[in-house]
Design a protein around this ligand. Structure first.
Ligand code: SF4
Length: 338
């Protein structure tokens, strides 16, 4: 086990973890809400350093990031556990895991090995994804520094619940982030997710101000967050606070984990949500987890010219020239677009 970063020692050997907005106060012998950080005799340890539960080479589009080096590969890494307990989790088998399972499931991989594998497999970036990178911060912090030395980019796919202290530490090494905005009601975050909405909104604004590339994903779930008013509130927040160029991925829910009785999101709900996003002024709104590939294409917000044609998670054609629309010359938001 490795000693954790970002915690305070309290009296009677208690500790306070300052990695995410839960800020758990942990008694000796106990763990935090994420179950992967343990107080051992007044010292906080991370139990998942180097303990990967998934390593895959993915298209960067699968993160999803559509405006960050499109068509490149991201070496994708996860360790077990999460600081959220979403009843609808689509990756629950690796995120909602018990302590015993963590010990059994991990596959040792040092930051040096991850960086080496990313280079060997021709990846442009390393993505900390599938579970929550915040709770394996020490591991991805060390990996991200090596990745930059090896001229690889670093990507977080996150629920956005980290503290500002953590964000300040990772800033120099992060290049792109996709944050889940899972709902726009505090009550939903509290009841279905086990967290609060406001820290996520605050972090979205801070991440945007920090200047690294940001995209946002919202899983639309029937009966939970699919009302037009809530979707409009989300879209208006994104346009007003993050700017109209932030790409918004509207993603289809499939029955999973503790919400197997909820039906998959109908296509018409997703298309209505996309319309709401466009009406709010957002320039790039995509539908994900659905067969309609044309809803995954990038179009010029000025003239409607198809800039990037996508099929599943692959790219059929990228028409962008030097970051601009070849038809009308409009600058297209993103990094490494072609
Ligand atoms: S990472 Fe978050 S959930 Fe885990 S111990 Fe720290 S404050 Fe608690």
């Amino acid at each position: 086990m490795k000693e954790a970063l970002l915690y305070q020692k309290l009296d009677k050997d208690k500790v306070q973890c300052d990695l995410c907005a839960h800020r758990c106060v942990i008694n000796p012998g106990k763990k935090g809400i994420c179950k992967v950080r343990e107080n051992n005799g007044g010292i906080l340890y991370t139990k998942v350093y180097g303990q990967t539960i998934a390593q895959h080479v993915d298209p960067v589009e699968k993160k999803p990031l559509y405006h960050f080096y499109p068509g490149t590969k991201a070496y994708s890494v996860a360790t077990p556990g999460c600081n959220f307990h979403c009843r609808f989790c689509q990756n629950w088998d690796i995120s909602q895991i018990t302590h015993g399972e963590i010990l059994e499931s991990g596959h040792d991989a040092t930051p040096e090995q991850i960086t080496w594998k990313a280079k060997q497999t021709g990846c442009r970036s390393i993505a900390y994804t599938y579970t929550e990178p915040t709770i394996f911060f020490e591991y991805n912090f060390d990996t991200a520094r090596l990745a930059h030395e090896a001229e690889l980019k670093n990507i977080y796919v996150s629920n956005g619940y980290m503290t500002h202290e953590m964000l300040d530490m990772i800033i120099p090494y992060l290049d792109a982030v996709n944050i889940d905005l899972k709902a726009f009601r505090e009550e939903t975050y509290r009841r279905i997710i086990g967290a609060k909405l406001q820290p996520v909104l605050d972090n979205l604004k801070k991440i945007k101000q920090m200047g690294f590339w940001l995209e946002v994903t919202s899983l639309i779930i029937p009966g939970i967050n699919d009302g037009p008013k809530e979707i409009r509130d989300m879209a208006n927040f994104l346009a007003a606070e993050l700017g109209v160029d932030v790409p918004w991925h509207i993603s289809r829910f499939s029955p999973a984990y503790k919400m197997k009785d909820v039906p998959a999101t109908p296509l018409k709900t997703l298309q209505a949500a996309k319309e709401i996003g466009l009406k709010a002024g957002l320039n790039y709104v995509y539908i994900g987890n659905f067969a309609s590939d044309r809803d995954m294409d990038t179009k010029c917000p000025q003239c409607g010219y198809v800039l990037i044609e996508r099929l599943n998670f692959g790219i059929i054609k990228n028409n962008i020239k030097d970051g601009h629309c070849p038809n009308c010359g409009t600058k297209i938001a993103g990094v490494g677009l072609g």
